[in-house]
Design a protein around this ligand. Structure first.
Ligand SMILES: [Fe+2]
Length: 269
């Protein structure tokens, strides 16, 4: 199968460190499922959240190396890279928790606290990261209440602040509900999504129909943008090259309401 993504930058594959794979058996199951989708390279991004998942760079790098060795011993040909999904709150997001993708020192995946966190406080943390030469990647903005309510915050973050965004394949497959499909569709059309990831935790709804999700992605943004999001940008990240913003595409024309359509059909009859 053609690889859905050159690199999955969001995955909870490491055993026993967050709400992802609970043990190595489950790690193997998720790894095999990713390989079935042609995904051969994965950044392991467990949550870092001071109250629930106090993971550290040292423990995660060690666990990535151990898990890689065990997968290889099982004959599972998935390549693991380091990473984390760092909660954007002052206790969780500190220089010690900035576990960069591939330990390359360039990009950190961050997630917003639920609800409506303070924008200025988050920007303060994100600017500190940038000042250290690290570019933040916002995880699944389509699931954040803040951006659903006020998408212009995300537009400003991408266009003026230089933050990057990762959408989730399962959101396009409908696993997170129709609102996430529509929100992600809009963000994609506005050129706000630089990467897609699986955010896989278990063999559940998040891993279903990902090939259909990619077909939908291609249809929404067009083949050139889709190629950039699926392959060009992940490869650029690994090669230390600039990440490019996809070209915005037109929003679909609004569908006439039911009443209008009924009236139109009556007139035609
Ligand atoms: Fe996640």
């Amino acid at each position: 199968m053609e690889a859905l993504l050159s690199l999955d930058i969001h995955c909870h594959l490491l055993p026993g460190v967050d709400d992802g794979a609970k043990d190595f058996e489950e790690t193997c199951a998720v790894a095999r499922a990713l390989l079935d989708y042609g995904i051969t390279h994965v950044a392991c991004t467990p949550h870092i959240q001071s109250d629930l998942y106090p993971n550290t760079r040292e423990t995660l790098l060690k666990l990535v190396a151990e898990t890689q060795a065990r997968l290889t011993a099982e004959g599972i040909g998935l390549t693991l890279l380091a990473g984390a999904e760092v909660r954007l709150d002052p206790d969780s997001c500190t220089p010690e928790t900035w576990v960069t993708i591939g330990d390359l020192g360039t990009h950190v995946l961050v997630e917003l606290a639920p609800g409506f966190p303070l924008v200025e406080q988050m920007e303060h943390q994100l600017f500190a990261m940038q000042a250290a030469g690290i570019t933040p990647i916002i995880a699944h903005p389509e699931r954040q209440a803040l951006f659903i309510k006020d998408p212009e915050i995300l537009v400003r973050w991408v266009e003026q602040k230089g933050f990057l965004c990762q959408g989730t394949l399962c959101s396009l497959a409908g696993a997170a509900g129709e609102r996430s499909v529509n929100t992600l569709d809009t963000f994609l059309r506005r050129g706000l999504i630089h990467f897609m990831g699986t955010d896989s935790h278990h063999l559940d709804r998040r891993m279903r129909d990902l090939d259909q999700a990619v077909a939908r992605l291609d249809a929404i943004v067009g083949p050139e943008n889709a190629q950039l999001i699926r392959h060009g940008n992940p490869r650029a990240l690994l090669a230390g090259q600039p990440i490019r913003r996809p070209t915005p595409v037109a929003q679909p024309a609004p569908q006439p309401g039911l009443v209008k359509r009924l009236l139109a059909s009556l007139r035609l009859a």
